[in-house]
Design a protein around this ligand. Structure first.
Ligand code: PEP
Ligand code: MG
Length: 578
């Protein structure tokens, strides 16, 4: 039994067999397989070799066509390597005799081969790059295949990986994936957000869990405590089974609250909305007792396809959500592409610092046709329900004005074309950059609502990358500077009669509910599976107590003091959850 500690980012406990995804750019760990899987692994190897060979022949022929036969011939060495039977025999042999995965056998044999090259005279040692290239090509095939395998699973598994890109998470078969454990990432990385949306336990920031597990090992993922237990003993399994049972009972109790309002003991009604990434999640908002969609992260539309979505792709997705909401509010955020939400591979110019780079609204301003296509679709869809539109990452007043001007232009275009649109669609902005939060009074005079994006607001206020596990302990909503900005935004909303929602992950944590309500917040948008627990917390407190808590927190100077105070407070009102 081995215990790994990471950051619990989606609550719950699961005991299940593991599927492990290697990353071709990292060291491939020595993973063992059962003896009866050796033939299957050898088959996977043949398949990968055949694919790599096809790829190389195509590359050679295309290069020969463009640059001449001699240049094309540089790939002949790669092809000869792939056909080197003695080398391949070594790989096959390793799989069989040592019971290891095809990935490990390929990496081990080719690395050995590369070492031999390095000891040769210089002109031959150069060839080592070709050996690495072949290794990568075969591994990419093998690893790609296991990723695709996650799209059509037949039994329940938990997935362990070094990291997952948004498109990998998007294409996973959600029915059979019961939990996630990831080496990389922080509390608000996309994997964490997707796991919360799926309502499955997840732990990130584990550093090396993906190299410590073999496929098929039994693993416990404890999303509450941030633990992953590999090959647990009987007593540990039993202890977690008991916890699971209590969890099932608690969930049953929460289900009873679904149709009840989120109202405090002293009669203040709170609006609970859902955050969604895909139209298919809209129904879940209602099942969990949400009152609408407070944040629709539309950039996920880009992850499902290789090609750019058309206006109709956008329109259809939005209509699905609006119809599912049946008259309830739907807040559509314009594309927040870039940084962690758009793989760098898609960009022509790689950025050194993508979170401070051409992301989100900045990216949209430089890609106007893409931006206008989306706005056209939102405006058309706005006829079908209670739609509002929201711009992300607004940093200056001029940016907001520019976004609104583009919106007006698109509206006029549509009107000229005779397309029906609502001309009074409420316009809001994300409050997620400190410069905007500090200028909230100016912004309040130019928008209908604010939505506080604590994930980015924390990242930019504290200078802590939200996806970097190495600085994850520094990422906290409880820093007094972050809390002061949140309080100012809420106050500004009250002063200028501008609606304020909080849609960052801070809202998903019941520990903060007393503080947020005490600061005056009345609307939260969270991952749908979190709604019932939050509702229970709200129904267990009074605004009077919440205000007291907020006043006391304002006297504390460190995030540690604040977290421990808030934890004690929520335990007093909702002991069954802890
Ligand atoms: C945020 O930044 O808090 C937010 C809700 O947006 P995202 O997580 O999509 O950046
Ligand atoms: Mg954000």
């Amino acid at each position: 039994m081995e215990i790994k500690k990471g950051i619990g980012v989606s609550p719950g406990v699961v005991i299940c067999q593991a599927v492990v995804l290697d990353a071709e750019e990292y060291r491939i760990p020595e993973r063992h397989i059962s003896a009866d899987r050796a033939d299957k692994e050898a088959e996977r190897l043949e398949h990968a070799l055949a694919g790599a060979r096809e790829e190389l022949i195509e590359l050679r022929d295309n290069t020969a066509k463009r640059l001449g036969k001699e240049t094309g011939a540089i790939f002949d060495f790669h092809l000869a390597l792939l056909d080197d039977q003695s080398l391949l025999e070594k790989v096959r042999d390793k799989i069989k005799t040592e019971s290891v995965t095809a990935e490990f056998a390929v990496a081990a044999v080719l690395r050995e081969y590369a070492r031999e090259f390095l000891q040769m005279p210089e002109y031959l040692a150069e060839r080592v790059k070709d050996v690495y290239d072949i290794e990568k090509r075969i591994l990419r095939r093998l690893i790609g295949e296991s990723r695709e395998g996650l799209g059509n699973l037949t039994e329940d598994v938990v997935v362990l990986a070094h990291d997952l890109t948004p498109s990998q998470t998007a294409s996973m078969d959600r029915k059979h994936i019961m939990g996630l454990a990831i080496d990389a990432g922080g509390r608000t990385s996309h994997t964490a957000i997707v796991a919360r949306a799926l309502g499955i336990p997840a732990v990130v920031g584990l550093n090396d869990v993906s190299v410590s597990v073999n496929a098929g090992d039994v693993v416990i993922i404890d999303g509450n405590r941030g633990l992953v237990i590999i090959e647990p003993d009987e007593a540990t399994i039993e202890e977690h089974r008991r916890f699971l049972q209590r969890q099932v009972e608690f969930t049953r109790e929460l289900d009873l609250l679904r149709d009840l309002p989120a109202i405090t003991l002293d009669g203040h009604e709170i609006t609970l909305l859902g955050n969604i990434e895909f139209p298919s999640e809209a129904a879940n908002v209602l099942t969990r007792g949400g009152q609408g969609v407070g944040l629709y992260r539309t950039e996920f539309l880009y992850l499902e396809k290789e090609t750019e979505p058309t206006e109709d792709d956008h329109y259809e997705a939005y209509c699905k959500v609006i119809e599912a909401m049946d008259g309830r509010p739907v807040c559509i955020r314009t594309l927040d592409l870039g940084a962690d939400k758009y793989t760098q591979a898609h960009l022509l110019i790689q950025e050194r610092n993508p979170f401070l780079g051409l992301r989100s609204i900045r990216f949209c301003f430089q890609h106007l046709p893409l931006f206008k296509t989306q706005i056209r679709a939102i405006l058309r869809a706005s006829m079908k329900g209670d739609v509002s539109i929201m711009f992300p990452l607004i940093t200056t007043v001029m940016e907001l004005r520019q976004a609104k001007m583009i919106l007006r232009d698109v509206m006029e275009d549509l009107e000229e074309e005779g397309v029906d649109v609502r001309t009074d669609v409420p316009i809001g902005m994300m409050m997620e950059v400190p410069s905007a939060a500090l200028q909230c009074n100016q912004f309040a005079q130019e928008v209908d609502f604010f939505s506080i994006g604590t994930n980015d607001l924390i990242q930019y206020t504290l200078a802590v990358d939200r996806t970097n596990e190495r600085v994850a302990p520094l990422f906290t909503a409880a820093h007094p500077a972050v809390l002061r900005l949140i309080k100012d935004i809420i106050r500004s909303g009250q002063r200028y009669d501008v609606g304020v929602t909080l849609c960052g992950e801070m809202g998903s944590d019941p520990e903060y509910i007393l503080l947020l309500l005490g600061m005056g917040l009345r609307t939260l948008s969270v991952a749908p599976p979190i709604i019932p627990e939050l509702k229970k917390a709200i129904r267990s407190i009074t605004i009077e107590r919440a205000r007291r808590v907020a006043r006391h927190v304002a006297t504390l100077n460190t995030d540690k003091q604040i977290v421990s105070y808030l934890r004690n407070q929520i335990r007093e009102v909702m002991p069954e959850a802890y």
